[in-house]
Design a protein around this ligand. Structure first.
Ligand code: TYD
Ligand code: MG
Length: 453
């Protein structure tokens, strides 16, 4: 046995035997931290012929995993249709975004059929009670504990045998057998491992909250992603009221679903109609904005693309993009310059997606093109017009998936016109009150914009 140090990257969790200024795995600078690893075994382990035995796959019980609802449809959706019994779910997000609120709030429903133990290392039981009161969570099945020592928590869990365990947060937990401070990479990994064993061994469903820290001084959920069953990230602007829950990993479902919530005085409210929320307050008759429809999982959501194009005073024009891939935006501007004749290389360009949404679908290309051209030409997009379609390098419009679904969402929200790739126009059934504007290429889209139809 000897004590030695290992080094972790706080961004990606990569382990290395020595320190360096830059992580060799993810390329992040200054993200490597040292972690003393106690009791590292050296030398060869002697294996004894014990009872580890593989099972024939045909004999393994194929009963579906047992799922239960958390009482919040949006959370259930992101989890892939409810939480799975015996799984470990990591809920990550910036401090103050609403992780504790979400977890305490679901205790209301969970407490109606299961015994829940909420362990907080951040708040006293009194504070928890105050918060629960505010959230109207008052279940006899909900037990709270203010504790940070892993051993005590496991002991308490053993005695109480809850069905659901919530840990708030993993960074406050510590295992006394390790020297390192709470919140360090070693502690966070070790405690998560212990909780994972608890979940798998006793079938307790564990929710673990983890803070994401931009500076990387505290080991964040990134270093735990590979260990747990599900990783959900709670995102959104602290100053805005809505929050988006996204799955980054899910062993029991798809990862492309999002859940949308709004932070109210009495906790989080589910937003069942995100399109409406994202479009509220949209300026009408202002140049530089266009609405499109993207698929978030199986759900079509309307999003607003905004562009601001101004003449540049510099030989090296400024380009920024927020919520839209930077390189894709640059490509679309080059296409507009070459195929649409707009002199964008002499302009500063700012692209923004409203509502903290990130559009990573090519279907949003046409709306970006229209928004950019609208700002450049100072010509507003008619308020009831939307645009859906992928743009190729020759300026041609390409087909996209789920067009019918997207169009019905467009129609549902009262839009009356939609530009679509021309090659799909024939096969579509006409929709009442929605005029389809088939577009073959970027030049045609610009014509429609200028015509204002
Ligand atoms: P919290 O759940 O404590 O965040 P986290 O656990 O992710 O750090 O949420 C904190 C923020 O939410 C805080 O700024 C206050 C706000 N909030 C409300 O607006 N309404 C509420 O009902 C609650 C409980 C919190
Ligand atoms: Mg909290």
């Amino acid at each position: 046995m000897k004590n030695k140090s290992i080094f972790f990257c706080t961004e990606c969790g990569n382990e290395s035997p020595k320190w360096s200024g830059r992580c060799s795995a993810c390329g992040a600078w200054n993200s490597i931290v040292e972690q003393a690893e106690k009791n590292v075994k050296t030398g060869k382990k002697s294996f004894s012929p014990i009872s580890v035995k593989p099972s024939p796959i045909t004999e393994i019980d194929t009963a579906d995993e047992i799922r239960f609802s958390t009482g919040m449809g949006e959370l259930d959706r992101v989890l892939g249709g409810g939480a799975v019994k015996g799984s470990l779910v990591l809920v990550g997000g910036a401090p103050g975004i609403g992780k504790s609120t979400l977890m305490l709030q679901i205790c209301k429903q969970l407490g109606s059929f299961a015994k829940v133990l909420y362990v907080s290392g951040e708040e006293s039981t009194h504070q928890l009670k105050m918060r629960a009161k505010r959230l109207a969570v008052d279940s006899e099945n909900l037990f709270v504990l203010s504790e940070t020592c892993l051993g005590n928590i496991l002991e308490c869990t053993n005695q109480e045998s809850p069905d659901i365990l919530i840990i708030d947060s993993i960074q406050t937990l510590y295992n006394e057998d390790l020297d390192s401070p709470a919140g360090g990479v070693g502690q966070v990994k070790d405690c998560t491992m212990a909780l994972m064993q608890l979940a798998k061994g006793s079938g307790i469903t564990v929710f673990v909250i983890g803070h994401v820290n931009k500076e990387g001084s505290i080991a964040g959920p990134k270093v735990l992603e590979h260990m747990v069953d599900c990783v959900l990230y709670f995102e959104g602007d602290q100053h805005m009221t809505y929050r988006i829950l996204r799955a980054a990993k899910n062993r029991f479902g798809a990862t492309n679903e999002i859940g949308v919530f709004e932070m109210m005085d009495h906790g989080l409210k589910e937003v069942e109609n995100p399109s409406e929320m994202l479009l509220s307050g949209r300026p009408e008759d202002a140049p530089g904005t266009c609405v499109t429809c993207v698929m978030e999982g199986a759900r079509p959501i309307l999003a607003e693309v905004q562009a601001l194009i101004v003449p540049s005073g510099s030989t090296n024009p400024r380009r920024t993009s927020n919520g839209f891939d930077f390189h894709r935006a640059a490509m679309l501007m080059a296409v507009l310059e070459k195929r649409g004749g707009l002199k964008l290389s002499q302009c500063d360009a700012y692209l923004n997606i409203i509502g903290g949404l990130t559009l990573d679908e090519p279907a949003a290309d046409l709306a970006a093109i229209v928004a950019i051209a609208s700002s450049y030409l100072d010509k507003p997009v008619p308020p009831h017009m939307t645009a859906i379609g992928e743009v190729g390098l020759s300026g041609e419009l390409r087909s996209i998936s789920h067009l019918e679904q997207r169009l019905s969402e467009v129609q549902r929200l009262g839009f009356t016109q939609c530009m679509i790739p021309a090659n799909r126009a024939k096969e579509l059934k006409p929709l009442p009150n929605l005029e389809l504007l088939p577009v073959q290429n970027v030049a045609q889209a610009l014509q429609i914009l200028v015509r204002g139809k």
